[in-house]
Each structure stands twice: as C-alpha cells, then as structure tokens.
Design a protein around this ligand. Sequence first.
Ligand code: DGL
Length: 261
Amino acid sequence: MTNKQSIGIFDSGVGGTTILKEILSILPHENILYYGDSKNSPYGQKNTQEIKDLCYKILDFFMEKNCKVVVIACNTATAAALESLKKRYPIPIIGVINAGVKEALKLTKNKNIAILATPFTVSSRAYIKELTKFSTNILISQEGCPEFSTMIEIGWEKFKNREELLKQHISKLSKEADTLILGCTHYPLIRKDIEKQFSGNIVDPAVETALELFNLLKFNNNLNNSDSSGDLNFFISGDKNSFKIIAEKFLGLKINNIYSI
Ligand code: DGL
C-alpha cells in the first residue's frame, strides 16, 4: 500500500458531497474518487438485496482503482450493506450512522432524539440499534421522507410545496426532541429550510465521519504526505450536468474532472 492511493466515497447521488466537503477540508492532500450512483437513486426505496448489489458494483470499481479506504457517504447504504461490505472487501470501510449517533449523544440534554431519514433507513431501525448501544433511557422518534432525496437531486428550489412537505414530516417527530439527526446525507443540502422548522440541535454526520477517516488513515500510517492538493475525480451514473450544478454550488468549487459511468 502507498499513501498516494485514493479514498473512494460514494452515495446514491449528490448527497455524499455533504461528507466530501468536510473530508476535503480536513484531508486536502488526499486523492479522492467520488461515485454518485444517480441512475439508481433513490436507494431509500429499494430493498436490502438491491442496495447491497449496487454497493458491490461500486466497491468493485473502487477496488479496480486501487483505493486505500472507502467511505459510504450514504445512510441507506450504510444501514443495508456496511457489515456485508466489510466482510467482502479487504480494505477499511467507514459508514455514516455511527458518526451521527456519536454527535447526537454529545449534544442532547434531554435524551430525546429525532431522526429524519429515507424510508429504508427508518424501517431498518439502524439508528435505534446504534443509539441504544451507547445509551439507555433514550427517547427516539423517526420519520421517513420518501420524496426528499429525489427533490434534492432534481433541484429543491424547483418544488413549490417543499416547505409544506418538510413541515408535515417534521410534525410527525416528537415535539420534545432537542436534537435532530439528518439521517440522509442529502438533507444537509436543505439545512436552511430544516432550521426554519426545527429549533434544537441539528446533527450532520459529516464532521465526525471526516474525523473518523482522518484518525483511521493516521493510525494505519496511510495519510498522503504530499504537499500539494489531492486530485478529485467524479464518476456519475446518471445526469452529469445536474450533479455538477448542485455539487459546485454546495462545495463552492469548480468541478473539472467529471465522468459518466
Ligand atoms: N443520501 C442517501 C442517504 O444518506 C440516500 C438517498 C436515496 O437515494 O434515497 O440515505
């Protein structure tokens, strides 16, 4: 292994850029391959086997590219496939659910935590399992939002009913919750609108995930020790242009290396 090998990051689309942004800021010298599987989105309305099979295809791609580590920048794929991927591939693989849970438990005062996620993540109970591993007597409410990731992929602002829909979903969560986990990596892209409806702590797993990645690479003595900025390449299975518009705006950078896959 050499530390110049790339980090592979993937999501069903543009949501993983919310994790990528923190990784770029904490690990600016790393070479990164981002895989956005927008042709197969939304993952949140598929079944476990379908999601696993899509993840295997992406991991095979990263293995071919000789990645040194993979970040599953998608809660749905983390819930469905993290354990299987860890068993199947010989490189370290990091998910996002543990990071969101750690951060939420640090912030909550009344141990009443709410989660907004995809229907798959909600029904997998992955957050409930992870939260109750670390803490007992915790109150958890969760709500699946089948529409959001697709609306965000298309362009959130294009939808007139967006605030109403957000309000409806948030109203299903416990009114006493003091902390809300954004349990889908697409949701930090609409954080401003979420903040209008929820006044407590809002948890985005991005910072904790990026720190976990940094610590892992450091521990394995596998940080890229180059002085120059790393290369950033995007591989998109669906519409490259709409990905580019949303990702450039959110990341605040020009995307030059973007390929269809
Ligand atoms: N961004 C993904 C997540 O964190 C999934 C969105 C989707 O494809 O449904 O769950």
